[in-house]
Design a protein around this ligand. Structure first.
Ligand SMILES: [Fe+2]
Ligand SMILES: [Fe+2]
Length: 232
């Protein structure tokens, strides 16, 4: 633990400090990426949870080994963009077509008894169609701009990134909303009793997609963009 945790600690700080907190937040439907500024106390109150109890659960995670994630705080913005691209962008590019195919298959087999699958496909397709150009904008515009400024020694003058960052923030909020709708439509990724194995794989893939995208947005909003705004 790099900082002293208490209920006034922000959600983003918890995840920055120990990435395992992300899973606990997911489980409790606490939004730590777009809502990363919120304190633990405020977020718990909104969900009707006892902040001290949740803090206790998070504290227990400290005894578990951290994942092999690099120390992101120590990275320069340019290095962070490379980490995000190789870890999260590549993941999305691989998983998007896989989930689309699975959805098609599950919808064909179970669509009649489970009309929610049609809505799920609609929301998922919307998310994919939003995020694919979003990734491209980061890879072709914002991230190279950050790396260029950095290589010119202009690391402390990142004002040129302000416009694109603002757009990315808005798009992250939108993705967060669509992920929330997916969680609602799948009732927290619970496979119905008559669901086949593809149904199970689909819901597991969607659960992992949510977790990875939340971490991805967290790293951009709460670490990368913060560094651009207040370089040290
Ligand atoms: Fe990204
Ligand atoms: Fe992004």
């Amino acid at each position: 633990m790099k900082i002293q945790w208490d209920i006034q600690t922000s959600l983003g700080e918890f995840v920055k400090d120990n990435v395992l907190c992300a899973e606990t937040f997911e489980e409790l439907s606490i939004d730590f990426c777009c809502g990363g500024e919120s304190t633990l106390e405020k977020a718990c109150q909104e969900k009707g949870l006892e902040p001290k109890q949740v803090l206790g659960r998070l504290m227990q995670l400290q005894s578990l080994v951290k994942d092999s994630d690099v120390d992101l705080e120590a990275l320069k913005p340019g290095e962070l963009t490379l980490h995000i691209e190789s870890k999260h962008h590549e993941y999305l590019k691989k998983v998007f077509p896989r989930i689309s195919d699975l959805l098609e298959k599950v919808l064909a087999a179970h669509g009649e008894r489970h009309p929610e699958l049609k809505s799920l496909q609609k929301v998922y397709t919307h998310l994919r169609e939003d995020l694919e150009p979003h990734l491209m904008k980061e890879e072709r515009v914002l991230f190279p701009l950050i790396r260029n400024l950095e290589s010119q020694g202009l690391g402390e003058n990142m004002a040129a990134t302000e416009g694109p960052v603002r757009v990315m923030l808005m798009e992250h909020d939108r993705a967060g909303e669509l992920l929330k709708q997916i969680r609602e439509l799948t009732i927290d990724f619970k496979v119905p009793e008559d669901g086949c194995q593809s149904f199970e794989v689909l819901y597991e893939e969607l659960r992992l997609l949510e977790l990875d995208t939340h971490l991805h947005i967290h790293k951009e909003n709460n670490i990368l963009f913060k560094k651009l705004m207040s370089p040290n």
